[in-house]
Write a protein that binds this ligand. Sequence first.
Ligand SMILES: [Zn+2]
Length: 320
Amino acid sequence: MRRGTVVHLGSFCGVTIRAITPFVLTAQVFPVFAFKNSEFNKEVTISIGNRGTVGPYSVRLFEINGNTARISLSNAMYSWEQELQEQIQPMIGNITIQDMIRWSRLHSIDLEGLRPMCEDQNTYEAAMIYKIPMEHTNLLSSGWFAANHACSSIYIPIHICDDDFYDPYETGEAAALSLALLQKYGHGNITSLCQSVEKVFLFENEINEALAHLMIHADINISSFLTELDNGMQEQAFLTEQLWLSAPNISRGIIQDIWKENYTMTQQNIQRAITLLICTLGSDASISTLEKIAQSISDAQSKIAEIQQQGYYLHAADIC
Ligand SMILES: [Zn+2]
């Protein structure tokens, strides 16, 4: 392409090459009057080897030779699909909840400047991931829910048989809390903290679902069991987010690593954090929140132990 060339994708509209220098190309939509939206009609500069979004189009610059540039043009939506496909394709056949969570958190920078999955321009943006099992679909189908922007929300589990949810997830309070976290820390900056909590939830949820499976085969109603354990995780996620939002800087190092592997290790970390915080001035609110999280985990552990003691696991051999 030379300067002034208009490139089309089979329609009247397209992209015009405004300038070519030894290392960059400047492009603009054509005809400009057809793209009155100021976001769309601005000139875009693209350097060699990179891609730029020019209005609704995607332009990739391969090389510049004198005043000629070699480019490829496609619809920006198509490029976006291709970028996502590149992430998804290698996982097909083995996609996990963590993969889906990770994709929901992709930002523009992860997708070559194209539309992000976690989108800042929307103030409220929840995400939900569904897992539908082959067996007992009507009881064990589940969802993982991020109350607002996925990069700053802890995904919490729900099951189709649940008959109640932790109140803040019904009132919008959980969404407001996630938004406050995003505004405080910015996109992507607390994602690893969210992942550490989700890792524990996913681990414990596997145990809960396995127990629920055995209960179904023992003809026992699983509704209250899973409702209670899901509610517990919803409460723990909400309290943990509150802790991140309100903890003074000084205690952040103490509280940020409490979630690890499973409930047992997390419980030990919480007790250690409380001991350290007792000596830290201004930590009363954090200690109180940590105690509530510890109580909620302890209630869940008791519930699981109670079911395990009833011996439903003895039926494991029957269902395998
Ligand atoms: Zn984000």
